[in-house]
Design a protein around this ligand. Structure first.
Ligand code: NAI
Length: 389
């Protein structure tokens, strides 16, 4: 099957590499010729680096490049059985592209969007055959991140969903199927990692370095929340939070932080601007954390239980299966453990007690315990075993 990619920016280029590496013939289209040229030369560099590292040989490089053609017109995608769109995040533009694209494609072709924040239902609505539309959400960088979320819209046919899951699985990716709701799985469940860390800082409980240290040393996370926000970019991370918050009709659980907003406004975007929560200038020294055991444990447990509560609530609201929620967080954002397995390990009692203690203290809806955790405690259930551990 020939795969079409629309948009040859960061994500489109990465997805094209994934499909071509798996042996698919790939046609890449972008409105900007320069973007196509950039994509081609970037791939050349990436493949040369993979050869240097001994991951692929010259033959594989030629095969991958040979599988990809760069085309100048949307109509050139007519032979594709699957087209994945990765253009600018704008509903009207995506809808216009989908409407035109559909006029060129065979009736059986699948049209997918890599959108992070728009609903698949709204994009599918632009099509004559909305049942052929599905969300296929890769993570950046697409060739390295193992997870892909596949999102059926209410219009999507079961055959299209199954075919999308099979194709992405055949490309060597781990698929998590998610309901068409804001943030899907990862961008929803991960919110407290940033939001609760910012809240702890905003309350003056600890500084950035201490919060990061707590999550790395006690939680085993590869990066602390502030290091990760600096890595992602405070502008990008803030926008995701604000988008999720707005899309959830201002649920206080997702409320953005003024601290991050100001960082973004000031241009303290993180690594890419040389300064964020930390200073990335040459020779700048990194502040040392406070290594107080009680303090770091309080920070770690508070952020962890908020993450667990979010994961449990995603399951409660049928966003995805327990397996897919855990899979999504370990493979989409490299968490050291799945959050629901972590809940089992800490004990459902512990989770409910911690959430209730936070709620008792703050009396804010943000800290409400998921009804699922409460019900599981009453019934002595755990997420992944038949018997309580
Ligand atoms: P990007 O800005 O790097 O690339 C977008 C490309 O689309 C550009 O080359 C642009 O010329 C092209 N384009 C714009 N309008 C077009 C049109 N009408 N027809 C054809 N090409 C057009 O953007 P990026 O970061 O690759 O994002 C693309 C999509 O993927 C967005 O929907 C975004 O939300 C989503 N996404 C982005 C992630 C990220 O970390 N960057 C992660 C997951 C999803």
């Amino acid at each position: 099957m020939t795969v079409g990619i629309i948009g040859s920016g960061t994500m489109g280029s990465g997805i094209a590499q994934v499909a071509a590496t798996a042996g698919s013939r790939v046609l890449v289209y972008d409105t900007k010729v320069e973007a196509l040229e950039r994509s081609r030369s970037k791939l050349e560099k990436i493949l040369n680096r993979l050869i240097e590292k001994g991951r692929i040989d010259e033959g594989k490089k030629n095969e991958i490049q040979g599988n990809i053609s760069y085309v100048n017109s949307l109509s050139d995608l007519k032979e594709c059985g699957l087209v994945i769109e990765a253009i600018v995040e704008n509903l009207e533009i995506k809808q216009a592209v989908f409407t035109e694209l559909e006029s060129y494609l065979a009736a059986s072709a699948i049209i997918a969007s890599n959108t992070s924040s728009l609903s698949i239902a709204s994009i599918a609505a632009a099509l004559q055959k909305p049942e052929r539309c599905v969300g296929i959400h890769f993570f950046n960088p697409a060739p390295l991140m193992r997870l892909v979320e596949v999102i059926p819209a209410i219009q999507t046919s079961p055959e299209v969903l199954q075919s999308a899951v099979e194709t992405i699985g055949s490309w060597g990716k781990s698929v998590a199927v998610a309901k068409d709701t804001p943030g899907f799985i990862v961008n929803r469940v991960a919110r407290p990692f940033y939001g609760e860390a910012l809240r702890i800082y905003d309350e003056g409980i600890a500084d950035f370095a201490t919060i990061d240290h707590a999550m790395k040393a006690l939680g085993g996370f590869r990066m602390g929340p502030f290091e990760l926000m600096d890595f992602i970019g405070n502008d990008v991370n803030y926008t995701v939070t604000e988008t999720v918050f707005t899309a959830f009709y201002f649920d206080p659980r997702y409320k953005p932080s003024f601290t991050q907003k100001r960082m973004s406004e000031a241009g303290y975007l993180g690594r890419k601007s040389g300064r964020g929560y930390y200073d990335y200038a040459e020779g700048a020294s990194k502040p040392s954390p406070t290594e107080d055991k009680t303090l770091t444990n309080t920070i770690f447990e508070r952020i962890l239980v908020m993450l667990i509560n979010e994961a449990a609530d995603a399951l409660f609201m049928n966003i995805a299966s327990a397996e897919d929620i855990d899979n999504a967080m370990t493979k989409g954002v490299n968490y050291p453990k799945g959050l629901l397995s972590w809940a089992d390990e800490k004990g459902i009692d512990w989770c409910v007690d911690r959430m209730d203690a936070l709620y008792e203290h703050y009396r804010e809806d943000r800290y409400r315990c998921s009804p699922l955790l409460r019900r599981m405690r009453e019934q002595g259930e755990v997420f992944f075993n038949d018997q309580p551990i």
